[in-house]
Design a protein around this ligand. Structure first.
Ligand code: AMP
Ligand code: ZN
Length: 461
């Protein structure tokens, strides 16, 4: 079945394109200067859902995600300091150490949430040569100019500038914040290469002086390196529509002479206390915070699945409690069907399959796809046919349904002993020891889920 995705550019659902036999897919990845919270994780969950939808419907895929480890300033529009530089000075570590530390944590959370890894994960600092070549091409093609501060993109040269974010040509005010460079030709012009100040830590030689890349250029250069000049799908958070992706479109055109991305899609945010969950507005949770409160990564995944990516999703603990109850219920139903002996007619199974596929194909509608799973599990006699059907659905849902087992306690006594010591440490508020013991359990292949009143559950990984 053909996958259709809502294209933010044309405002229509469009069939996904294939280039050289593959869906080429780019998603804007994390800036690794701090913890990724469950809002960020919603973005990567959506990245994964789209990837799984592509694969579920039988396409081959070539998928790339960048890691921003240089050049993302504290404002998306070329103002403020480089986030990596700030973190490096704050934590007294090198930018490489900061990047490694936060990326490792992000990767761990992605894996816990059963987010499949893209074919390519590319840190911006690993493609500085490609970035320089891309900037050079933009200059050679007449779309850029050099100032004392670096290289800028001349937005007046790309006549469609503003088409994604909805601005018209006379309304380029979004780039017109405090002018950082009086040689800038147009308020919306953005930086491609920044000449580094003396105290800037990350810097590389370039034809325009020692410096570092602007934030937007990495995504164009990385997309070009791994996917070529035709990208089927490009996704990211909705806030990227007006600046970051607008700039990517302009850069891509300036370099190649044609449009590169076929479908742009954007996910709406995870909301908390009436606003976007974000570090600057406070009130954030990481996956670990939730695990410490007794929720499992799959509870959170089920919560994410219950909302369409194009709608904001409100995070509350009541909603997460519901997801946890649902996941427990799901486990029971799965086990019932796993051992069921009834036979289900092929036509019934085919109906479910078709319905499920239709929802996946229609703009990755996870809540409706989920409803088909519940329908099949709840409204049929216990049958291994339903079990197998739902395992097949799980290629899209990613709920680790094949790992659900009868929970006879088979936890060895030495593991229970460590867990008890950890409980004691937690009761004594000795969190350093408690974390150490959690890591020890993890290295032995066990995850510990904390529950209220210092209770816990040990899960074999
Ligand atoms: P960053 O590390 O800030 O570059 O963000 C990584 C990804 O998380 C980006 O695609 C953002 O759009 C996304 N993101 C940030 N906050 C939220 C949120 N509250 N809900 C959903 N996605 C978010
Ligand atoms: Zn990007």
């Amino acid at each position: 079945m053909e996958l259709k995705i809502y294209n933010s550019l044309t405002k229509k659902k469009e069939a996904v394109t294939v280039h050289n036999g593959k869906v080429t897919y780019y998603f804007c990845g994390p800036t690794v200067y701090w913890f990724q919270h469950i809002g960020n994780m919603r973005a990567f969950f959506v990245m994964d859902s789209v990837r799984r939808a592509v694969k579920y419907l039988g396409y081959d895929i070539n998928h790339v995600m960048n890691i921003t480890d240089v050049g993302h300033l504290t404002s998306d529009a070329d103002e403020g300091d480089d986030k990596m530089d700030v973190a490096s000075k704050r934590e007294n570590k090198s930018p490489e150490e900061i990047a490694k530390f936060y990326w490792d944590l992000c990767l761990k959370d992605m894996q816990a949430l059963n987010i499949e890894m893209p074919e390519h994960i590319c840190p911006a600092t690993s493609v500085i040569d490609e970035i320089i070549a891309f900037v050079q091409k933009i200059l050679d093609n007449g779309y850029g100019y050099i100032t004392k501060n670096g290289v800028y993109f001349d937005t007046s040269k790309y006549v469609h500038y503003g088409k994604l974010g909805g601005m018209n040509q006379n309304d380029k005010k979004f780039g017109a914040r405090i002018s950082v460079d009086d040689e800038k030709r147009n308020p919306a012009d953005f930086v491609l290469w920044v000449i580094a100040k003396d105290n800037h830590i990350q810097k590389w030689p370039s034809p325009w002086g020692v410096g570092y890349p602007g934030w937007h250029i990495e995504c164009s250069a990385i997309g070009n390196k791994f996917l070529g000049e035709h990208i089927s799908l490009h996704g990211g958070g909705v806030e990227h529509k007006t600046v970051h992706h607008e700039n990517e479109i302009a850069q891509n055109f300036a370099c190649t002479g044609h449009e590169v991305v076929d479908i742009w899609f954007h996910l709406e945010h995870l909301m908390f206390n009436g606003g976007k969950m974000s570090k600057s507005t406070g009130g954030i949770y990481t996956l670990n915070n939730l695990i410490e409160k007794g929720y499992s990564p799959m509870d959170l995944r089920l919560f994410y699945l219950s909302a369409h990516y194009s709608k904001p999703q409100n995070f509350t603990f009541d909603a997460l409690d519901n997801a946890r109850d649902s996941y427990n219920n799901l486990k029971k139903l799965i086990l019932k069907h796993k051992n069921g002996t009834n036979k289900i007619e092929k036509s019934v199974l085919d109906d479910y399959k078709l319905k499920f596929e239709k929802y996946v194909a229609d703009d990755v509608n996870s809540p409706l796809a989920l409803s088909v799973m519940w329908d099949a599990l709840k409204n049929n006699p216990e049958s291994v046919d339903i079990y197998n059907l739902v395992l097949n659905f799980d290629r899209f849902l990613g709920l680790r349904l094949n790992e659900i087992e009868e929970t006879k306690s088979e936890i060895p006594s030495d593991i229970i002993e460590i867990a008890e010591k950890r409980k004691q440490a937690r009761m004594n508020k000795d969190y350093a020891t408690s974390d150490e013991l959690r890591d020890k359990l993890a290295s032995l292949g066990y995850t510990i889920l904390d529950k209220p009143k210092n209770e816990y559950e040990i899960i074999k990984k």
